[in-house]
Design a protein around this ligand. Structure first.
Ligand code: HOZ
Length: 429
């Protein structure tokens, strides 16, 4: 495959944009090579500046549950763009969006719209601190909750990929207020709580972690978290920016059967436009200004175009109840195909999947937390990534990310991907 134009664009980009990209993982640094510049997408595919076609398994890192540019979202956007792009005043669309989220996710009684997942998690923590009048938070090693200061401590995603899970630029104060426990290990949580009696405002977790590869929290572990939080006046926050409306209509909390106090959203609820939201118990959410004293605001929050795309996505989910079965069937088929390939090649690499989120780790050990995730051979992943790319399959350009399957992936796409995976693995192991 020829990537000449993308390479040229990348050197031009590096003159004006730090590292040539607006989000680090896109730069291909951990897999080597030069990032592709994408021109357009349709359904399960996108096309780069050199005219190469790829079956896309990133889906813009999660939003594209229905593939690229589905007609029912595009038509809503086109209709709404005629009315204007932003007003900085309430619109009916915001009410419609809030109503839909609260209807689909029962633990959410009230919701506030923001512009990104980072903004959602950052604001949810402020609300938890304001509500409990306590300061420290507990997060889990390898979980990623966006790039606000208090989350870039032992974080996942790009921070983990680039070997800087704790970023420079974070103050000592911030670092001291963020306590880090081990994913799926309740004793590590209990230890932190007993060392910080009456000073933990919130525990935040990705109930299905998608930023150290894919890992599912054990139900028993999350149940204990729920109990501890209820007993100790700690706000339990589920970060469902990735999993919300992806792993089930009601997100990971529906799969687990456990309600958090607050939930953060992003990705799918914007239908591919920049959006985030946080919501939960009414008594907690009402502490937000202007009904309460905790300040949070945004010029483009509830933006009408983002709302119209998101509403179209959520209405589709609401009325097409079979889409999660469809996603499960497609994802299971792909997983089984990958497993068969691994068997044929006599490898037992760990393949983790929750619904349409999947990740193959280049380790034969079980992966259930940060320490087991980082056992994956990342240089082998890099080689695998390029073998797949050259065969027209676009995976995340980093091991510690997620493969997203959409309703637009056809049987033909899946069969081709399985075939190419066999060839790619055979070429590198
Ligand atoms: N933080 C995202 C992956 N978990 C990457 C976002 C992007 O580069 O677009």
């Amino acid at each position: 495959m020829d990537f000449k134009t993308s390479k040229k664009l990348f050197s031009e980009a590096q003159k004006y944009i730090p590292g040539g990209v607006n989000s680090p993982v896109r730069a291909f640094k951990s897999v080597g090579g030069s990032p592709l510049f994408i021109e357009r997408g349709s359904g399960s595919k996108f096309y780069d500046a050199d005219g190469n076609e790829f079956i896309d398994y990133i889906g813009s890192w999660g939003p594209h549950l229905f593939g690229h540019n589905p007609e029912f979202i595009k038509s809503e956007l086109l209709k709404n763009i005629e009315r204007g792009t932003s007003f900085g005043a309430p619109t009916l669309l915001e009410v419609e969006m809030a109503r839909l989220i609260t209807e689909l996710v029962p633990s959410v009684e009230m919701v506030r719209m923001v512009n990104s997942g980072t903004e959602a998690t950052m604001s949810a923590i402020r609300v938890a601190r304001g509500f409990t009048r306590k300061e420290k938070i507990i997060k889990f090693e390898g979980c990623y909750h966006g790039h606000a200061d208090h989350f870039l401590i032992k974080a996942g995603s790009g921070a983990l990929t680039f070997g800087m899970p704790t970023s420079p630029g974070i103050t000592k104060g911030n670092a001291e207020d963020t306590l880090v426990a081990d994913f799926n290990d309740i004793s590590s949580v209990k230890k932190l709580i007993s060392a910080n009696i009456n000073n933990i405002a919130a525990i935040i977790i990705e109930p299905v972690a998608g930023n150290m590869g894919v890992l599912k929290a054990d139900i028993a572990f999350v149940k204990e978290l729920r109990e501890i939080c209820s007993n100790d006046n700690i706000i339990l926050i589920f970060d469902e920016v990735m999993t919300g409306f992806r792993v089930a209509k009601g997100g990971a909390q529906e799969l687990l059967g456990i309600n958090p106090d607050l939930t953060t959203f992003g990705k799918i609820i914007g239908g591919g436009l920049p959006v985030g939201a946080f919501g939960g118990r009414k008594d907690i959410m009402e502490i937000l200004a202007p009904s309460g004293p905790v300040y949070q605001a945004g010029t483009l929050s509830g933006n009408p175009l983002a709302m119209s795309a998101g509403i179209a996505a959520l209405n589709y989910i609401k009325t097409n109840t079979d889409i999660y079965n469809l996603l499960e069937n497609k994802s299971e088929y792909l997983e089984q195909g990958f497993k068969d390939n691994l068997n044929k090649l006599n490898r037992k690499y760990c393949l983790n999947r929750v619904g349409s989120m999947m990740c193959m780790f280049f380790t034969e050990e079980l992966v259930f937390d940060y320490k087991t995730a980082v056992k994956s051979d990342t240089s082998l992943y890099a080689a695998y990534f390029h073998e797949m790319l050259n065969r027209g399959i676009y995976l995340a350009p980093a091991q510690f990310e997620t493969m997203f399957i959409s309703t637009a992936h056809t049987d033909k796409d899946l069969d081709y991907t399985i075939k190419m995976q066999y060839e790619s693995l055979k070429a590198i192991i």
